[in-house]
Design a protein around this ligand. Sequence first.
Ligand code: BJ8
Length: 385
Amino acid sequence: MIQMKTELPQVFESFAEARQNGFLAMKKIKDSGTGVVGQFCTYTPQEIFTAAGLVCVGLCSTSDETIPAAEKILPSNLCPLIKSSYGFAITDKCPYMYFSDLVVGETTCDGKVKMYELLAKEKNVHILELPRRQDTLEAKALWRAELVRLKERVEKDFGVTITDDNLRDAIRRRNVERRLLKELYELSQLTPPPITGLRQLQILFGAQFKFDWHEKVAEIQRAIDSIRAAYEAGERPVSEAAPRILITGCPMGGVTEKVIKVIEEAGAVVVAFENCTGAKQMDRQCREEGDPLTNIADHYLQIGCSVMTPDNNRFELLERLCKQFQVDGVVEMTLQACHTYAVEAHSIKAFLQEKGMPYLQLETDYGTADIGQLSTRAGAFVEML
Ligand code: BJ8
């Protein structure tokens, strides 16, 4: 087991603490009269809400607490992320969902799209039509038009006007966050890395529940400084011999931290996250010069995800991160019944094997019953690296 000794500044709370503290902050935001937008997906262009003076919060749920309630309506053989998120909406158990004045979803996977139709009976929902192609002029034009439609909806619902200057400022702010979070996770390029994968995930996951931009960037900067200082002072929380793992696949956080735990308990260390909790969001900067809405549209449309066809950007990022972080093996986490990631896993495996990169796919759900089995498979994988 890898020991973590580095003293952690505030942004390094546990998942539960990060969400809990975020709830309190969200209550204050609502009390102050600020509007809140809930989002489910990395394709959601946060800059539009920031430009409108709104706060946006991630609604993807990460526990099985509300799945039984959701299964009264949704089929049980559906992705746990969808069931859990819907369950939190209908039971009012997620304060973020409860406080959201507008919920934005995209036409990503079929399960989410149909869930949003049901959610629209409970909440004020706006659906963005996300193209499945990233490289055609038609797809780019459709996506930009969808962002115009979203901007107009936000202006109408919240009684605000969003100017180009507002959008430019929002891009600049979000770029600062991306740059800092990237700087933070790139610390794990070091050998040995200065933090465990679990800690890295906690930072990346926790950062989304910091709603004051100035406080958030200051906290991330403090985190970077303290990790660097501890490392320079000789702290080595991870063994130099620990095999270096990259995580890809479905979004992670909350209960799925079990996947990181079994890998690190087997003696390896997770150095990079290619998935939506990690590099996928932070790797690129949004262009700041030129038409801001076109820049935002172009930026988000290029995110690699298995809902795209072809999904070249995911493969490109994966290959680049493997080299950059000197990865010894890739673990893909797929959630049960996530067809797009499960089918694409075949191509990812072939792609990596061609490059001589060991690969393991772990399918899981939001329960804890499979921890023993995950542990056995992760242990065998780490042993052969
Ligand atoms: S950009 S990964 S957040 S779509 S809900 S696809 S797990 S069956 S979350 Fe996603 Fe946006 Fe892509 Fe990221 Fe599968 Fe479940 Fe669908 Fe899911």
